[in-house]
Design a protein around this ligand. Sequence first.
Ligand SMILES: *[C@@H]1O[C@H](CO)[C@@H](O)[C@H](O)[C@H]1NC(C)=O
Length: 332
Amino acid sequence: MRTSHMKLFFFIFLFHSFLFLVLSSSSRNFPVIPFDEGYSPLFGDHNLIIHSDSKTVHLSLDESSGSGFATHDIYLHGYFSASIKLPSDYTAGVVVAFYLSNGDMYEKNHDEIDFEFLGHIRGKDWRVQTNVYGNGSTHIGREERYGLWFDPSEDFHQYSILWTDTKIIFYVDDVPIREIKKTASMGGDFPSKPMTLYSTIWDASTWATNGGKYKVNYKYAPYIAEFSDFVLHGCAVDPIEHVTNCDSVQTSETVPSDVTQVERNKMDNFRLKHMTYSYCYDKTRYKVPLPECVIDSREAERLIKSDPVTFGNGRHRRGKRHHHQAKEAASF
Ligand SMILES: *[C@@H]1O[C@H](CO)[C@@H](O)[C@H](O)[C@H]1NC(C)=O
């Protein structure tokens, strides 16, 4: 009796492990398409080079122009991914962006989901920023910034955005780095209208590196970003009729958006180790965290230690002296 129970339990355990493996690998197996199939040049055509196999594309920034490409279609939800290799060496002021937007269709109330790579002075790593706007909520920034556990200019790494009707997840390789769950109180701030996927390289001297302190230096141009492994697994929408050929319920099903326990552990570890900024903890901007924020006490503690003025409690006064005192106070 006992042993047969044991066997049954063991069998159920194996079966679950099997299911788990199947489900957790399925979101990564979307087909990779050639550049021409999904994308067209957007600007700076002379700085966009499509390799003959159409699998790899270069975008460059020089004194004359940046460059960019965009999808032919607009999408309501989906999984969007590319492998990107960033320019190396001195890249201050350079921004490479991989993002969804409908700013060209909705001037006043556009949506946006961003991956932005912010260049740096020599010897310092690229910073990654993620951000989300919904229905024109541009006065409410939802930025987060992170370091990476590798040098993104050394090799290709996969950057992905998963967008469903209920959540948004940003991935770096197989690690989810940020999850935004839609809450009722977010209202229109959660992106809800069809968007185009873009990738661009441009001169953001005025803000990208230390708030504009370090500008693009064209002595080191051209700055070249390489792209490959394009995945566009989304619900394409007719741009004129705005008719979808798959509804959002189906999308949620065909694009698995559950974060497994293994992935969640990876995400927690990543955020604890590499997150350098999150609007959810920025007390100088939001006295009360925005409704979708899930406050993690360990994340909070780490950010307060790194920057008590921005993330600490009740220390909003500016000035070097206070900053210094706050730092000392935090290093107990
Ligand atoms: C989005 O913005 C438009 C125009 O400002 C407004 O009419 C609409 O109600 C908003 N939608 C949501 C979901 O908040």
